[in-house]
Design a protein around this ligand. Structure first.
Ligand SMILES: Cc1ccc(-n2nc(C(C)(C)C)cc2NC(=O)NCCN2CCOCC2)cc1
Length: 411
């Protein structure tokens, strides 16, 4: 071995083991193709500050390409709205890699599902008037930081927008993360469904990607942020499209997803999107949709005003329509979006997106090894979790609230 055996023994004896520093038995909160995540607390002997941490055990063993990329990328990045990597543990015996992060109790996927379910049974949840504005402001700040460092996210969706919980010193702060799945391949053309049986969702994918654009761009991230803004306002995915089971298409062209986008946005004219005819899949588009006359009367303004009573002259709508420009060249940069009037007028965005309001969401459930966590699978599909019934969801939520209250009384 290249290293003196005695020196290796010394290093090994001194190396801090993750199981010695953290308690994580039975505290798994997430699992997917990327690995698994535990909610942990440092043991008294550890030198980590008290509080909750997320321990991600990377799938596979040894320094895989993705592990290398995640560590190399995260250790360079430091911004309040981007998840921060606290520590890396290399278990030499098992060649396991563990990443330590701050723990985020909430994420937009669970939060939006909670509001959607509450709406369905007419039990309104009170939220600050600047709730959407605060979340949007922090997402754009985080993405502006990433884009300034020439880091593209490529897979922005509600599940990847984490929010710190009540017990965190950063209560109500947005942290952009990437829980994996789309991370292994960078080219937009690689069929992700080959690496993971879980169907990937196209609801947040920009139209140019669906029409064969060969490279991710910053504008692709801004489109996804527009989709997230609409979903925060309406509690429904703007471009919701049923996922055919195990789509094996290797082409990026997804007719149903494009159909959904056109039925909300209208069909892009030559004036709207000059470069459209130069996209690789333009031929398929013409074959499937012709001149798009059937979408002539559709527009985002019509959709948002008819379905959600949103005024087309409101600053909120104007920013939304800028972000959802069909032509990527017409979408604002993150900085230009942050300078939009929407963020300058009252109520101003807050550092705590809950603005001191009680946080109504339950804590993350621990998942057992036996049962596949349908929530986790649904989250990866970014499709709505299939709750056997709303009552079941409510009951489990009520139980969670009750348990939380009992725990608070005990502590
Ligand atoms: C291969 C690879 C995978 C992920 C990343 N990646 N990229 C990001 C940016 C900076 C773009 C937001 C974040 C991560 N990793 C995680 O979020 N990791 C998850 C952290 N979470 C886990 C659950 O608990 C909170 C922290 C990079 C490369």
């Amino acid at each position: 071995a290249w290293m003196d055996a005695d020196f290796r023994r010394q290093l090994s004896a001194r190396r801090e083991r993750v199981e010695d520093a953290f308690e994580f038995e039975g505290r798994k909160v997430g699992r997917g193709s990327y690995g698994q995540v535990f909610k942990t607390k440092p043991r008294s002997c550890a030198d980590a500050p008290a509080g909750d941490y997320a321990l991600k055990q990377i799938e596979g063993s040894g320094l895989s390409m993705s592990a290398c990329r995640e560590i190399a990328l995260l250790r360079e990045l430091k911004h309040p709205n981007v998840i921060s990597l606290k520590q890396v543990y290399l278990a030499h015996e098992t060649r396991q890699i563990w990443l330590l992060f701050d723990y985020a109790e909430h994420d937009l996927w669970r939060m939006i599902n909670f509001h959607a379910s509450a709406k369905k049974c007419n039990s309104q949840v009170s939220l600050p008037p600047n709730f959407t504005k605060s979340i949007m402001h922090q997402i754009l700040c985080g993405i502006h930081y990433l884009h300034s460092n020439w880091v593209l996210h490529r897979d922005l969706k509600p599940a990847n927008i984490l929010v710190m919980g009540a017990t965190s010193p950063e209560r109500g702060r947005v942290k952009i993360a990437d829980l994996g799945l789309a991370r292994l391949f960078h080219q937009p053309l690689t069929p992700l469904t080959e690496i993971d049986p879980v169907v990937v969702t196209f609801w947040y994918r920009a139209p140019e990607l669906l029409l064969g654009a060969r490279h991710y761009t910053k504008a692709i991230d801004l489109w996804a942020i527009g989709c997230i803004m609409a979903e925060l306002i309406t509690d429904k995915p703007l471009f919701y499209c049923k996922q055919e089971e195990d789509i094996k298409t290797s082409s990026p062209y997804n007719r149903d997803q494009l159909e959904r986008i056109f039925s909300v946005m209208g069909f892009p004219s030559q004036q709207d999107w000059r470069d459209l005819p130069h996209l690789p899949k333009y031929g398929d588009l013409v074959r499937n949709f012709g001149t798009g006359q059937q979408y002539a009367r559709f527009s985002l303004g019509r959709h948002m005003s008819r379905s959600f009573g949103m005024s087309e002259t409101s600053p909120e709508f104007r920013l939304l329509s800028r972000l959802l420009a069909m032509d990527p060249l017409r979408r604002p940069s993150a900085r230009e979006a942050l300078e939009d009037r929407y963020f300058l007028e009252e109520p101003r965005p807050a550092a705590d997106v809950f603005n001191g309001f009680d946080i109504p969401y339950g804590k993350r459930d621990f998942i057992s090894d036996s049962s596949d966590n349908k929530d986790d699978l649904a989250r990866q599909q970014q499709s709505q979790p299939v709750h056997a019934s709303l009552q079941q969801y409510q009951q489990s939520h009520q139980q969670a609230l009750l348990l939380q209250q009992q725990q608070q009384q005990l502590s």
